[in-house]
Design a protein around this ligand. Structure first.
Ligand code: NAP
Ligand code: ZN
Length: 347
């Protein structure tokens, strides 16, 4: 086994604290990565606090991982020692079902998607994420990372990036579309960057007046404060698409009303509580309410390559790992600009 260290929570009410654990030896299809940076996703907080159901403790979160390959197994052809690499939300799946064959490993038909942490690998061992110094992973689930971009800002692309890129691509969002981005946090700021890059007119829908200047700097054409009923009223039947990144309960019906006929609201935020939708919110205008879960491995590579080509990274605040619990509190107060990234050199 390989000795590793990281930060873990030992119960849903515990703060994250230093913890030593073991990773498996590098198998024939595996690579070993020295982790350089790991983003903090709101999903980490939901899971550390068992908000999506009971977590497996101790839990080492982190699924926005970039680092450098330090060892490769005998069958590894995709990577060489010394190369940069990334890992997102998944580290394994059956790799032969219909969904896996179509590059949608997050929906493995054999229910063998293995999440990067808080999950059980095929051998029954618990997975531990990127708030740690090293990780072993099957090469299929490891992404190539360009050395052209600032690595710190690349880490969040592995979850916040692909989660917003994938539905915008699926719905062919681009020139001539009016897009509302709901919530300016980690996912929201990437949704703004991608939708603008794809040529859409983007309106930021936010509860935080202090974020207006940043929304515009990120490329949003308009900013609407959702707490102001007058501003909100002006948006009835305005959007072709809304991408909803909100992490807490909110009124979906209010935003559905902002869609044109045949408009689409895509939920990527995952509040713990069930959604409450009035039938009429959808019926009027044949509106579509849908969701999107991360993105498969081939599309994640496509997104990383697109970002390298178009010089897109996440706007981040780099933190020392000892400040991770303070960072969680700030995320919960919507006070993140716009992703915290842990510098693992501080571990
Ligand atoms: P985040 O950085 O905390 O951003 C969420 C933003 O939502 C906040 O910055 C805030 O923006 C807004 N917000 C928060 N509470 C709100 C409330 N009560 N009412 C209205 N707006 C509120 O979180 P994130 O990392 O982007 O993640 C967002 C959600 O997506 C989480 O639920 C996460 O678990 C989920 N997620 C889903 C996937 C997927 O595959 N679908 C992948 C990753 C994450 P303003 O200040 O602008 O209002
Ligand atoms: Zn995430």
């Amino acid at each position: 086994m390989i000795n590793a260290k990281g930060y873990a929570a030992h119960s849903k009410t515990d703060a994250l604290q230093p913890w030593e654990f073991e990773r498996r030896e590098v198998g024939a299809d595996d690579v070993l990565i020295d982790i350089l940076y790991c983003g903090i996703c709101h999903s980490d907080i939901h899971q550390v606090r068992s908000e999506w159901g009971p977590a497996i403790y101790p839990i080492v979160p982190g699924h926005e991982i970039v680092g450098r390959i330090t060892a490769v197994g005998a069958n590894v052809s995709k990577f060489k020692v010394g190369e940069l690499a990334g890992i997102g939300c998944m580290v394994n799946s059956c790799q032969h079902c219909d969904s896996c064959d179509h590059g949608q490993e997050q929906f493995c038909d054999n229910k063998q998607t293995v999440w990067t942490y808080n999950s059980r690998d095929k051998d029954g061992s618990v997975t531990y994420g990127g708030y740690s110094n090293k990780i072993v992973c099957d090469q299929h689930f490891v992404l190539h990372v360009s050395d052209k971009l600032d690595l710190k800002g690349v880490a969040p692309l592995l979850c916040a990036g692909i989660t917003t890129y994938s539905p915008l691509r699926k719905w062919k969002v681009g020139k001539g579309h009016k897009v509302g981005v709901l919530g300016l946090g980690g996912l929201g700021h990437m949704a703004v960057k991608f939708a603008v890059s794809f040529g859409a007119e983007v309106t930021m829908l936010s509860t935080s007046p202090s974020k207006e200047a940043d929304a515009k700097r990120l490329g949003a054409h308009k900013f609407v404060l959702t707490k102001d009923p007058e501003q909100v009223k002006s948006l009835d039947r305005y959007f072709d698409f809304i991408i909803d990144t909100v992490s807490a309960p909110h009124d979906y019906n209010r935003y559905l009303q902002m869609l044109k006929t045949d408009g689409v609201q895509i939920c990527v935020g995952l509040p713990p509580e069930p959604l409450s939708i009035a039938g009429n919110s959808l019926m009027r205008g044949n509106r579509v309410l849908t969701a999107s879960s991360i993105g498969g491995i081939p599309e994640t590579q496509e997104m990383l390559d697109y970002c390298a080509e178009h010089n897109i990274t996440s706007d981040i605040e780099l933190i020392d790992i000892k400040d991770v619990n303070t960072a969680y509190e700030r995320v919960l107060k919507s006070d993140v600009k716009y992703r915290f990234v842990i510098d693992l050199a501080t571990l």
